[in-house]
Write a new protein. Structure first.
Length: 281
């Protein structure tokens, strides 16, 4: 007989453990939508920088409240997309890889992010081929999942693997609305992901199903508010508040969703993860 007053203990696999993280973010002081390099950007849409800064600051304080360390990178005038710090590169242990951008509009960011890496004591490494940092390179445990098809060049993947000394799994993106891997796939902990299958080629979908049989499959309604563009500490998953279906899936899987409103930054085609570069120990 079960006692209905006593909640059943969660199965061991559902006990989620948070880990204190270190993030870097760039204040959207010079944010604008002045050019369109992804389908989310419409130069006719007005942008309110004051709102963007307030939403960004709420994200920053959310991380701090969850016990994480956040470093703020100086924004540079004339680089309106610099707020999407995830694209600045990839920093793990003693290695800092700096981004090489697909579009000329963002090329100047490489120097700004390289300077920030140098200020931390790294000697930033460049790749020969295009890599848009943690927009397309997501660490799961000891493996990097690497997107290609729109931004990062597939030929940069072996360069990334060699520099970081970790295996890289190349995944093809096929829908221009999900142009970076972090718009279509979320890393929740060292072995758990969520993804939106239609954003991937059939081969990539099979690879993901084989590697992550317990992956959370997210619905279109959530994917189309960039609901997968999240930052997780292993327990708390900071995600766009509009992704309510995904939030319910996360709760059912033992995570704690923390919704934030980044509607102003969605106008540039980014959300929570895009605004956050994780520095891995
Ligand atoms: N406007 C930026 C671009 O198109 C948005 C980048 C979003 N970043 C991301 N990690 N998905 O490059």
């Amino acid at each position: 007989m079960t006692d209905s007053h006593v909640a059943a203990p969660a199965p061991a696999t559902l006990v989620r453990t948070p880990r204190a993280r270190r993030y870097a973010m760039t204040r959207p002081e010079f944010f604008a939508v002045e050019y369109a390099i992804n389908p989310w950007m419409d130069i006719a849409t007005p942008v309110d920088v004051g709102v963007a800064v307030a939403q960004w600051d709420a994200l920053r304080t959310t991380y701090v409240r969850l016990g994480h360390r956040v470093e703020v990178i100086e924004p540079v005038p004339g680089l309106p997309d610099m707020v999407y710090a995830a694209n600045g590169g990839f920093v793990a242990r003693d290695v800092a890889i700096v981004a090489r951008f697909r579009f000329a509009e963002r090329a100047g960011e490489s120097r700004a992010y390289a300077e920030w890496m140098s200020s931390l004591g790294y000697r930033p490494v460049s790749t020969r081929h295009i890599n848009e940092g943690q927009g397309d390179l997501l660490l799961v445990g000891e493996t990097v999942l690497a997107g290609y098809g729109f931004r990062t060049d597939r030929r940069a993947h072996p360069e990334i693997s060699a520099a970081l000394r970790v295996p890289v799994v190349s995944l093809e993106l096929v829908d221009p609305r999900f142009y970076h891997l972090d718009t279509a796939l979320a890393v929740l902990d060292d072995r758990t992901i969520a993804f939106y299958p239609p954003a991937f080629s059939a081969a990539a979908q099979h690879q993901l199903q084989a590697l992550f049989p317990d992956a959370i499959v997210v619905a279109s309604a959530d994917a189309f508010v960039l609901g997968l563009n999240v930052v997780s500490d292993g327990l708390h998953v900071v995600l766009p508040a509009a992704a309510t279906g995904f939030a319910a899936q996360l709760r059912a899987a033992g995570f704690e969703p923390v919704g934030v409103d980044l509607s102003e930054l969605l106008k540039g085609g980014g959300s929570v993860k895009c605004c956050t570069l994780e520095v891995f120990p």
